[in-house]
Design a binder for this molecule. Structure first.
Ligand SMILES: Cc1cc2nc3c(=O)[nH]c(=O)nc-3n(C[C@H](O)[C@H](O)[C@H](O)COP(=O)(O)OP(=O)(O)OC[C@H]3O[C@@H](n4cnc5c(N)ncnc54)[C@H](O)[C@@H]3O)c2cc1C
Ligand SMILES: NC(=O)c1ccc[n+]([C@@H]2O[C@H](COP(=O)([O-])OP(=O)(O)OC[C@H]3O[C@@H](n4cnc5c(N)ncnc54)[C@H](O)[C@@H]3O)[C@@H](O)[C@H]2O)c1
Length: 436
């Protein structure tokens, strides 16, 4: 039986970051993948979504400049945009695996299961032993437990639709629902969002979410709040009727976006003494599971940090440092920015309270008015020393702006620190001195 220093399970952004780090540190490592190499983010998550969003953004810029340089504004041609997306997604798995092999890392395809605390059996036949394991198996879509559940498609299905239906419904109102709704709407589809309560995007400030909802309603997206879906039935002409108390909606396609569940099952973790809950693998502040030789990183971990690609990468670097003796400290996360990639975008970082709150409608500032954005808003939170500790940004370029705030928070910057910097003008960053 082949023996390794460390075996990583799951070749997504987190697992790949860890395996490359450990190999570079001189370890004998292997990585096991049971599906597409590269994982969720480049195959069926962040990257394809962002490629599709590029078409939406181009259209929305034209809408903003309609009769100010543009007459007609076309809908996004889904077929063309989708095939542009495939240029990015199609090569990912093969090239990701090839990179692993080229680096001298053992790449194992198949379904691994622990048969003891230090041995994995892949596809019921090949056994691999290691001193340490890192579980990085991510999450998969969860499906509502309702009658007609089998008619629900997932975000993965949406991102690969060959044709966009005329009428599409998304159940849920988290990141995925807002992002997919924005994309479908730009193709000319009628989009409905159905949500079981009236708190969409619940981690964001309510009034900013309300601004985003208003913008999307203005584009024609239909929001249905406080609707607890009970059933999805197929109609005679092949459509779907979504049923709830005193509510029915018939649509061409239904996407479920009601959260994701950790891939902690299927690994026979109990045979390795690793505990997990419905939130994921239970870890301590060194990302060590209930078996001290088995670590977990990325989306599969049951921690309060947002489940995002850069968070998985950060955890991978940390565990690699731990396993190669570069640190013994517990993990400390820097401020983590999160973005809802709509059009406009909604982003936040840091704490959402402070002794001083600066809340500004920046719609008429040159940065936003020169492209005729319909609404832009920035709220910053300062501590007792006037240092920025948090921000929420709502604008077309909120994703770039939130990274600037992330650095400013990390550097404990106050207004006095900002005015000592020179930023290119006119850019969103050059407004910073009026925001902190
Ligand atoms: C539609 C969508 C959009 C997103 N957009 C963003 C975004 O814009 N920005 C952002 O930061 N994050 C985004 N995310 C989240 C991001 O994709 C994840 O946080 C990230 O991929 C997590 O990395 P990971 O390596 O932990 O897990 P994954 O990327 O899920 O990789 C886990 C890997 O493990 C494999 N695996 C699972 N079970 C097993 C098993 N039993 N044995 C072997 N292998 C297994 C899987 O096949 C997969 O390849 C998005 C997610 C989705 C679904
Ligand atoms: N831009 C990004 O960074 C990005 C984009 C997409 C996904 N992600 C990651 O993927 C995760 C999963 O995304 P998601 O949108 O599926 O999950 P989510 O947790 O963000 O949202 C799920 C939504 O479904 C709702 N919901 C739950 N049960 C419901 C029901 N019965 N009926 C209607 N609504 C119901 C929840 O209240 C919530 O609003 C995110 O939390 C994030 O970690 C990140």
């Amino acid at each position: 039986m082949e023996k390794f220093d460390t075996i990583i399970i799951g070749a997504g952004p987190a697992g790949l970051a860890a395996v490359y780090d450990l190999k570079a540190a001189g370890q004998k490592v292997a990585i096991v993948e049971n599906n597409l190499w590269g994982g969720t983010c480049p195959n069926r998550g962040c990257d394809p979504k962002k490629v599709l969003l590029s078409g939406v953004e181009a259209r929305d810029r034209m809408i903003q400049l309609q009769n100010k340089g543009f007459d007609e504004v076309p809908y996004v041609n889904w077929k063309q945009l989708e095939s542009f997306k495939e240029q990015f997604t199609d090569p990912v798995s093969k090239s990701s695996r090839a990179g692993i092999v080229k680096a001298g890392i053992t790449a194992i395809d198949g379904q691994p299961k622990f048969i003891s605390e230090d041995t994995l059996r892949v596809d019921g036949q090949d056994d691999y032993q290691a001193d340490k394991f890192i579980i990085a198996t991510g999450q998969r879509p969860s499906y509502l437990d309702i009658k007609g559940q089998e008619h629900l498609l997932s975000s993965t299905d949406f991102l690969s639709l060959k044709a966009m239906p005329k009428d599409i419904t998304i159940i849920g109102a988290g990141y995925i629902a807002f992002e997919l709704a924005t994309i479908a709407n730009a193709t000319g589809s009628k989009v409905h969002i159905i949500h079981h309560n009236d708190h969409p995007l619940k981690e964001f400030n309510e009034d900013f979410v309300s601004d985003l909802v208003d913008q999307l309603k203005g584009k024609g997206i239909d929001f249905n709040f406080n609707i607890d879906t009970k059933e999805i039935a197929v109609t005679e002409d092949g459509q779907y009727t979504i049923k709830a108390d005193k509510f029915e909606l018939t649509t061409d396609l239904v996407i479920g976006a009601t959260g994701r569940i950790p891939n902690a099952d299927f690994l026979d973790l109990e045979k390795a003494g690793v505990e997990y809950s419905r939130h994921g693998i239970v870890v301590n502040d060194k990302l060590q599971s209930t078996n001290s030789n088995i670590y977990a990183i990325g989306d599969v971990v049951a921690t309060k940090q947002p489940k995002l690609t850069p968070v998985g990468g950060f955890e991978a670097n940390y565990v690699s440092d731990l396993l190669t003796g570069k640190t013994q400290e517990k993990i400390e996360f820097p401020p983590i920015p999160t973005v809802v990639y709509g059009s406009p975008k909604l982003a936040k970082v840091g704490v959402q309270n402070g002794s001083k709150v600066i809340d500004q409608d920046v719609t008429n500032w040159f940065t936003y008015s020169h492209t005729n954005e319909s609404k832009a808003r920035i709220r910053t939170f300062l501590n007792d020393n006037d240092q920025v500790v948090g921000a929420t940004v709502f604008s077309n370029d909120a994703d770039s702006m939130i990274n600037i705030f992330t650095l400013a928070i990390k550097q404990h910057m106050s207004h006095q620190d900002v005015i000592k910097q020179i930023f290119a003008y006119p850019t969103a960053a050059s407004d910073l001195e009026y925001l902190i």
